[in-house]
Design a protein around this ligand. Structure first.
Ligand code: PMP
Length: 286
């Protein structure tokens, strides 16, 4: 079945869906995006994702392309037309199409909106989590506002590729003090030898992951001790367990960091338990 994409008011076969060459998303990465998991046909954490999208738009001073109600209908239509039960919805809004000029278009132009669907094979995702991933650390080369979910992702792209080149699934990015901020497309977590779960606090240095927020609820429910503070690569090497979170990775265990193997080099029981129970607490909307 060919995939269906929504592009500026039309539902089109994805192979025929195109945007203008002077779209500011294409020329300046002048736009924002969100990725929402679809689990058993329902949207996971839709509210928080849409709130963050509104925040990102506000930070870049881009108008919403449509009202929230209409937007939700588009998301559901893309899910329905793609018969999506398990996977993701990707949505991207750019400042719109205008003659190339760094300044905002004046008068304001209509923002561009694209929504696509991606089907995921749950068995493959499960197998990856069961094996765990390795991560590397490297300097965080991104701009100073990674809390905004912009499509300007070149530093993230280079970091992820650097990880792949070293047989790893994620790169953990180091701030100016050499401490870990987050992954190139996920939040970073460790569990120390006493069982305390540690992750970077919400600041401008990380994206406030929706999965991160929901996982904090689960951690509290399960009675885990949590510290939201920065941590060093050395603490990560010495950790009992580690994992990443994100709408696409949910909770994925980390088994080695910069060639330091954690424990027996297999996914830790706490991370696996958090993954198993994530969807018990994550809000879902049909
Ligand atoms: N940090 C970065 C840099 C990301 O790209 C992502 C995934 N979008 C996350 C964290 C995790 O965010 P979420 O849980 O909302 O997917």
């Amino acid at each position: 079945m060919s995939r269906v994409a929504y592009v500026n008011g039309r539902y089109l076969p994805q192979a025929h869906a195109t945007v203008h060459i002077e779209d500011r998303g294409y020329q300046f990465a002048d736009g924002v995006y969100e990725v929402i998991e679809v689990h058993q046909g329902a949207l996971i954490d839709e509210e928080r994702h849409l709130q963050r999208l509104v925040r990102s738009l506000g930070e870049l001073r881009i108008d919403a392309p449509m009202r929230a109600g209409a937007f939700r209908i588009v998301l559901r239509e893309v899910i329905a037309r793609n018969k999506l039960r398990q996977g993701f919805i990707y949505m991207q809004i750019s400042r719109g199409v205008a003659r190339r000029d760094h300044l905002f278009p004046d008068p304001v132009v209509r923002p561009s909106l694209v929504v696509t669907a991606r089907l995921v094979d749950p068995a493959k995702a499960g197998a990856k989590a069961a094996k765990g991933i390795r991560v590397i650390t490297m300097p965080d080369m991104r701009w100073k506002r990674p809390d905004i979910k912009t499509i300007s992702l070149i530093a993230n792209v280079l970091a992820k590729q650097a990880a792949k080149d070293r047989d790893s699934g994620e790169a953990w990015l180091l701030d100016a003090d050499g401490l870990i901020t987050e992954g190139s497309s996920s939040n970073a977590w460790i569990i120390d030898q006493s069982g305390t779960v540690i992750t970077h606090p919400v600041t401008n240095a990380i994206l406030q992951g929706v999965t991160r927020t929901t996982l904090l609820t689960l951690l509290e429910k399960l009675g885990h001790r949590v510290e939201e503070r920065r941590f060093s690569p050395q603490e990560a090497y010495d950790a009992k367990e580690a994992f990443i979170t994100g709408a696409t990775s949910i909770v994925t265990p980390v088994v080695a960091i910069d060639d330091h193997v954690l424990g027996t080099g297999t996914p830790g029981p706490i991370a696996l338990n958090l993954r198993a129970h994530f969807h018990d607490v994550a809000p879902r909307t049909d």
